[in-house]
Design a protein around this ligand. Sequence first.
Ligand code: PMP
Length: 404
Amino acid sequence: MDFDALFATQLNQLKEEGNYRIFAELERECGQHPKAQCHGEDGKRQITVWCSNDYLGMGQHPKVVERMQEVIGQCGAGAGGTRNISGTNHHHRLLEDELADLHGKEDALLFTSGYVSNWAALSTLGARLRDCVILSDELNHASMIEGMRHSRAKVVIWKHNDPADLEAKLAALPANCPKIVAFESVYSMDGDIAPIAEICDVAEKYGAMTYLDEVHAVGMYGPRGAGIAERDGVMDRVTLIEGTLGKAFGVVGGYITGSKTLCDFIRSFASGFIFTTALPPAVAAAAQTSIRHLKESSAERDLQKVRVAQLRQMLDRAGIPHIDNPSHIIPVMIKDPVKCRMLSDYLMDEFGIYVQPINYPTVPKGTERLRFTPSPNHSVDDLRHLVSALEVLWKQCAISQAVA
Ligand code: PMP
């Protein structure tokens, strides 16, 4: 059988739909964020990155980089095993303590990514709690959806950010089955924020545990950068908080936090935790440094908020429509996959501006967009350059028709 031909048919279909992914090949330059070199057919050139999830530039913060170098010198490059078989390093334990403290929980558990933490935790909870029902916000991330599916637990979808619909769905379930309400705080594609307190009110009324993904909020919100639950003063009401070390903290890895028994339960039963090599100790140490820094310093968060507000204002003045949301994510809606890719290509080729097109299946068809994430390291000149480039292209590509 010609397997390549079978693969090619589906790839061609993606290409025809305008949904084939092409990666920009970057060489990040330490200390220069958001500038990077981009490799192309004619060699490499400097560009400005506008779609990084290193939201605060912490991946290049001198303290974080130095700490990683220092611990590589001490411990070497890798962990040497799974957590169970020789791979648990002192730096993992220190980081877990740091994370538990960050979220005001008894304990924390590290994973190799945020994706794995969601997948492993939800699949374990759903599979191990007999007759469990998971109530999932309809816009939850793929990693949560995959975890819930894998658990084979019953999943009930509730309307996005709608506690009344959640309540209706909870009320229809048998009183005595274990229930988990799974949702996110900052939704990364529209940039809207969950009403966590109201969701907790409803969950508590029905005896459900709450599972909150704060991946796009940790490091970014709250006085110590613990996320939206901290900002809203409700950390203690959420049963399990999940986060990543790969976005605002600038490194890589994922985690859950909760009670000692909950973390012990996931540690003891989750295959995605048990059967995989532990994070390099230097990664754990660098992440701890980043978390500590953002616990104590709000300078990065404050400047980033200024840049976000400035970009929104400039886009308004230029008549470029964007989703008005209360977060740091600025989606400019294009609503057409081919135009979205074309705009992204033009921005890169003509202006050295890199923003990846966000197409199906990351977002529903017809809601294709460019998603801008200003960092504290973008200058006002960077903002001006971006908006004037968008103004030019808006006219050239007749985007207003697609957006209207
Ligand atoms: N949860 C959400 C809401 C996400 O958007 C992502 C990644 N984009 C993840 C989890 C996975 O996190 P990580 O990148 O650390 O795997």
